[in-house]
Design a protein around this ligand. Structure first.
Ligand code: ATP
Length: 377
């Protein structure tokens, strides 16, 4: 474990020692592949934002991932699980490598284990046109894509992981589970989020075919009664996929099952320029892990060319979540400033990495965001 501190010690008045409330403790899980490469600039951006907005960030790095499994026999040590629970929030980069697998040949995905262990049911994926030029679809009336996909992240079709029923070489059955407890929490979370935005929530399911999805919809309808100020729509997942391509700018918040959310969030990232611009947060009742939507990108690891923007935007999302939870305007404003700095650095071209058609390296893209951040106060 590496303990470090980023951000100066200041209080709201800008002088003296920081109080406990001024400090956020962040568990840092760099993981595998390009994970450590994108984490480094994100921590530098976070430190600069903390300096500018007058709070302190303490980071502690913890091991997890395929590399740790190869070297130490465990992909997710208990100490790391405990550190995630104890921290104010966690930043996770990416985990898993194609050539390192468990003995039964399944993939090493500690990020999914963490969601299940800590009950991080609310998988938040904000989809915004950070770089308008990278958006392949244009609204004839000029509306911009700006929605949040909430993916239930602890059950649904993913519950079947490792529990499939095998009938020799004839058939394999996976399990799909939807519980009332998690669905109620998920929907309350999504309605509260819609309330902070344009007050429209779309349920995405397959209630016309699957009993579990009809149950999901019934619970949604019950919870909706508590939020008469939020407009609702209900879409089958196939129709939703089509509408996301036809008129993505119409969505505000959408909520869906785990596997549907897994698929639709990649589609959504593609709508705004790809995985390098897609941040995410996995949020539970008190615990939360923030990570880019992309994987470890083994094809470009070690080259210093990975796009750090999704990781940086995940850190911004974390500050927004922490600020709202602690009712601390400084963190909310710091999160918004990081987002604005990313947008400006992309627009100027200075943060455009190869995947976005530019030539900036990972570190230079991070520096460009930091430079923009400095102009925002
Ligand atoms: P996972 O299953 O863990 O999501 P994956 O193999 O499906 O992983 P990624 O690792 O995200 O997907 O990589 C998909 C493609 O996107 C690769 O070509 C990779 O190089 C590219 N890519 C992913 N993230 C980035 C990034 N931050 N910067 C540049 N390219 C990226």
């Amino acid at each position: 474990m590496i303990l470090s501190s980023v951000g100066k010690t200041t209080n709201a008045a800008g002088a003296g020692e920081a109080t406990l409330n001024d400090t956020i403790s962040i568990a840092v899980l760099p993981g595998d592949g390009i994970g450590p490469e994108v984490m480094a600039p994100a921590l530098r951006v976070l430190g600069r934002a903390a300096d500018l907005y007058g709070f302190r960030v303490e980071t502690a790095e913890h091991p997890a991932g395929a590399g740790h499994y190869r070297d130490h026999g465990s992909a997710l040590p208990q100490a790391t699980v405990d550190a995630v629970a104890a921290a104010d929030a966690t930043l996770l980069a990416a985990m898993g490598l194609p050539n390192i697998r468990y003995a039964d040949n399944t993939e090493i995905v500690p990020q999914i284990d963490l969601r299940e262990i800590h009950g991080l049911y609310g998988g938040v994926r904000p989809i915004r046109a950070w770089l308008p030029d990278a958006v392949p679809l244009k609204d004839p009336r000029g509306a911009s894509i700006d929605f949040v996909l909430v993916r239930e992240s602890t059950e649904g079709l993913f519950v079947g992981r490792g529990k499939e029923q095998t009938d020799g070489d004839r058939a394999v059955r996976d399990i799909m589970e939807v519980t009332r407890e998690t669905s109620e929490k998920l929907f309350h979370f999504s309605f509260r989020l819609a309330r902070q935005r344009r007050k429209h929530l779309t349920l995405v399911d397959k209630a016309n075919v699957l009993g579990s999805m009809a149950f999901f919809r019934r619970i949604f309808d019950e919870v909706a009664e508590h939020y008469p100020d939020v407009e609702t729509s209900r879409l089958y997942v196939d129709a939703c996929a089509m509408i996301m391509v036809q008129r993505p700018w119409d969505f505000d918040v959408m909520v869906t099952e785990n596997m549907f959310g897994d698929i639709l969030s990649d589609l959504a990232a593609g709508l705004v320029g790809g995985l390098g611009l897609a941040p995410s947060g996995d949020i539970g009742d008190g615990c939360a892990v923030f990570q880019p939507s992309h994987g470890t990108a083994p094809d470009i690891m070690g080259k210093g060319i990975a796009n750090p923007n999704a990781m940086i935007l995940s850190a911004a999302l974390m500050l927004d979540w922490l600020g709202r939870k602690r009712e601390d305007e400084r963190m909310i404003r710091a999160g918004a400033a990081i987002e604005a700095a990313v947008a400006a650095a992309l627009k100027s071209g200075a943060a455009l990495t190869g995947d976005l058609g530019g030539s900036a390296g990972t570190e230079a893209a991070g520096d460009a965001v930091i430079a923009e951040l400095g102009t925002r106060r």
